[in-house]
Design a protein around this ligand. Structure first.
Ligand code: CDM
Ligand code: ATP
Length: 311
């Protein structure tokens, strides 16, 4: 990724980077009366980043550049803009801010790109305005913006419960290597959950014990065991809405991926590789077979939203 050179930043700019994510396991219960599904999920933050540059302004505004940035709304629905307004309201700040988003994470791709923008905007506005909000206050604002936003703040590896917003850090050893098959066409998260409701009718509480082998694989830093334990309850629903997704899943398996899974609500397909070299080989197989509009490689886990430049 190309970062804006420090000397090109406007006066008093704060630049924050936040990662995309993969759900290593995503277990989904029955839709509750608030419209959300209870989750038991294991998040890993990966080295595909959103960059948010916050500069002082009279009003609130947002712009975006990078792959698929045409698909990012620049009106009040933008999650980063909503995050900035939430910080201003909580801290009683009267100033405005301009946010420029450099998109690296696929848009509507199941890797929490908008959530990463929101987490980065929370951190950037807190730093720009010197509001000094506590970690807990930022996490509370994050949860109010979206289920995935708290994890984008925290990063690394974490178990998510509730709507996915209640986080417990998880131990993970070493570095895991990924290849991603990205599609230009996105999937709506709400539509995938609705398709899940049509296909599956979960009863009883979520059984966290099913992820014991996955947690052990993370603790041991064992990619083969992690590959075997990858799981996503939303995968069938994503495939129903986008049947072409079976192709990248099959290509990654043929290329020797240790495990392959639809990322979150899709349509990005995540393949776990043996090494960086193997991740490049899986990515090359995605490209050669024409099953992806774009391919990415990454490692995980990585840190959550962090200031990378401030002046
Ligand atoms: C698929 C995941 O990415 C897995 O981490 C998340 O569950 C989605 O998180 P998100 O994009 O931050 O989702 P939100 O913006 O909170 O919700 C979007 C929509 O997804 C559905 N939704 C989301 C989270 C959840 N636990 N149950 C749901 O049913 C709801 O219909 C909601 O209206
Ligand atoms: N800053 C933003 N960047 C991208 N999309 C945004 C943003 N703010 C709002 N959106 C809207 O949210 C939708 C989903 O965006 P996003 O890229 O976060 O999807 P996603 O990665 O599939 O989300 P998740 O994995 O959290 O379900 C987009 O189609 C867009 O309309």
């Amino acid at each position: 990724m190309t970062l804006t050179p420090l000397e090109d930043l406007p006066e008093r700019a704060v630049r924050v980077r936040a990662p995309g994510k993969v759900n290593l396991s995503l277990r989904v219960g029955a839709r509750a009366s608030d419209g959300y599904h209870p989750l038991s999920t294991v998040f890993q933050a990966v080295s595909i980043y959103e960059e948010v540059v916050a500069t002082p302004a009279d009003d609130f505004g947002v712009s975006a550049s990078g792959p698929q940035s045409d698909a990012v709304p620049t009106d009040e629905s933008n999650l980063a803009l909503r995050a900035a307004r939430a910080v201003a309201e909580r801290a009683g700040v009267d100033d405005g801010v301009h946010l420029h988003l450099v998109k690296g994470v696929p848009v509507a791709g199941g890797m929490a790109g908008g959530s990463a923008d929101a987490a980065a905007a929370l951190v950037a506005c807190d730093a720009l305005w010197g509001t000094g909000l506590s970690r807990d206050e930022l996490l509370e604002l994050a949860a109010g913006l979206g289920s995935d936003v708290p994890f984008s703040l925290v990063g690394h590896t974490a178990v998510g419960q509730g709507r996915g917003h209640l986080l417990t850090p998880a131990l993970s050893r070493g570095e895991f290597h990924w290849a991603f098959a990205v599609q230009d066409r996105g999937l709506s998260t709400a539509a995938v959950y609705r398709a899940f409701d049509e296909i599956r009718h979960p009863d009883g509480p979520l059984d966290d014990d099913q992820d014991v082998p996955l947690m052990q694989a993370l603790l041991a830093g064992d990619p083969a065991a992690l590959g075997a334990a990858l799981h996503n309850d939303l995968e069938a629903a994503a495939i129903e809405l986008d049947p072409g997704l079976t192709e990248p899943l099959a290509v990654a398996t043929d290329a020797g991926a240790l495990g392959v899974v639809v990322s979150g609500s899709g349509p990005t397909v995540a393949a776990l590789a043996r090494s960086r070299k193997h991740a490049l080989a899986v990515a090359a197989a995605f490209t050669a077979s024409g099953v992806a509009d774009r391919v990415l490689t990454a490692t995980g886990p990585v840190a959550g939203a962090r200031v990378v430049a401030s002046e």
